[in-house]
Design a protein around this ligand. Structure first.
Ligand SMILES: [Zn+2]
Ligand SMILES: [Zn+2]
Length: 174
């Protein structure tokens, strides 16, 4: 997924990207992500005078641990992607102030080669479901014995104390 920026911009080239990206390495060591990907990428890359737009969509099948009961949960994530890239302006030393004022409409790319992969990966990480659930009414695990309460109820006395009331109880102690 490499593009030569100068050529694309000067000739106003267009390119379609349809690719499957292996993203399993991104989630190595994360216990909440059981399986991820591949990431299906479908993008249009267009060269304009002075900048390049990349627009489209990515999607991935994910297998995540339910945030309540930890059972594997399948999710299909669709991620819109829109980014504008332009060549980095050659900074003159001591010119840092104007740097900060630069609007962040554009992502600056050093050199002539635009590699989209890191931006796509970043976007996927950003759009990962935050608290996946196996079912909307997942009962979670018993906090005493660890039993998956979707499968069986346990005999623990689960006094369900609302955390707000728990805080009140503490207040009364004093
Ligand atoms: Zn669950
Ligand atoms: Zn229990």
């Amino acid at each position: 997924m490499l593009f030569r920026m100068q050529e694309m911009m000067s000739k106003g080239l267009k390119a379609s990207v349809k690719e499957e990206l292996d993203v399993s390495d991104l989630f190595k060591g994360r216990s909440d992500v059981i399986q991820a990907g591949p990431l299906s990428v479908s993008l249009e890359v267009t060269g304009h005078d002075g900048y390049i737009t990349v627009e489209g969509e990515m999607s991935a099948d994910l297998e995540l641990a339910c945030s309540r009961c930890l059972e594997p949960t399948k999710e299909h994530t669709v991620i819109p992607f829109y980014e504008q890239f332009k060549p980095a302006t050659s900074d003159t030393p001591g010119d840092e102030e104007s740097d900060e004022e630069e609007d962040d409409e554009f992502v600056e790319v050093a050199g002539d080669k635009l590699d989209l992969k890191p931006y796509l990966e970043e976007s996927l990480l950003l759009f990962m479901p935050f608290a996946p659930l196996c079912a909307k009414d997942c009962k979670g695990l018993c906090q005493v014995c660890g039993q998956n309460l979707n499968e069986h109820t346990c005999s623990c006395k689960n006094e369900k104390i609302d955390p707000r009331f728990a805080a009140l109880k503490d207040l009364f102690k004093e």
